[in-house]
Design a protein around this ligand. Structure first.
Ligand SMILES: Nc1ncnc2c1ncn2[C@@H]1O[C@H](COP(=O)(O)OP(=O)(O)OP(=O)(O)O)[C@@H](O)[C@H]1O
Ligand SMILES: [Mg+2]
Length: 213
């Protein structure tokens, strides 16, 4: 996770993170559209997903009918990511394409680490193997009240395995994200995601313009 091996130095890698219903998919698309409008070459992708194999793994992970052991869950997320980074993300970044991903390694730390309780050091070690030196240069953490996020998703009829978790679980996820953000304040920008879609997008674009473009 330290990036100290320094074999890759990509700075067009942007991730969106946050609890369920915080607007990651909505805002990732708006940011991608904005950058494309500025003439940039942009690839938008998501985790778990981005490749045929990773999408199949996503199906297993999000299936509300599956009662999954936390270790299985951790390894499946990492399997999906291993394929995603090798098949899609590294090649795109190498070609100079901006990659915007809807969730990445911080999700694994927040959900499987802080919320499920798996040792953070184990998760970081796995991440070093799966995505060596691949850290987003910029991460938008869409932060909002957990119950409100879940309400948004219920209104949109989204019901995957994580939507069925307790509010307590989701509060641990949110708290985990806060801890990660404290450790890496330069990379992780906390955005108030309770504002309107337009206002959240405006804030994100301001940051893209001031810090990155
Ligand atoms: N700022 C907002 N205000 C109100 N509703 C919003 C806002 N942003 C997104 N929504 C709506 O809330 C729902 C969840 O948004 P979205 O799918 O973008 O969140 P997400 O973080 O990607 O969720 P998930 O964690 O389930 O992938 C959608 O129905 C979306 O239209
Ligand atoms: Mg989404």
């Amino acid at each position: 996770m330290s990036g100290s091996r320094g074999t890759h130095n990509f700075n067009g890698f942007i991730s969106f993170e946050g609890i369920e219903g915080s607007g990651k998919s909505t805002q990732a698309k708006l940011a991608a559209d904005y950058l494309k409008g500025k003439g940039r070459d942009v690839l938008i992708t998501e985790e778990p997903g981005g490749t045929k194999i990773s999408r199949k793994i996503r199906g297993i992970l999000l299936d509300a009918g599956n009662n999954m052991d936390p270790l299985t869950e951790l390894l499946l997320y990492n399997s999906a990511r291993a394929q995603h980074v090798r098949e899609i993300i590294y090649p795109a970044l190498t070609r100079g394409i901006i990659v915007i991903t809807d969730r990445f390694s911080d999700s694994t730390l927040a959900y499987q680490g802080y919320a499920r309780g798996i040792d953070l050091a184990v998760i970081k070690t796995l991440d070093d193997i799966v995505a060596p030196d691949l850290k987003p240069s910029l991460t938008f953490l869409l932060d909002m009240d957990v119950e409100e996020g879940l309400r948004r998703n219920r209104a949109a009829k989204k019901e995957d395995r994580f939507e069925l978790e307790t509010v307590e679980f989701h509060k641990k996820v949110r708290n985990g994200y806060h801890q990660i953000a404290v450790e890496e304040p330069d990379r992780i920008k906390i955005i108030d995601a309770s504002a309107s879609v337009g206002d959240v997008s405006k804030k994100i674009i301001e940051i893209l313009e001031s810090q990155w473009l």
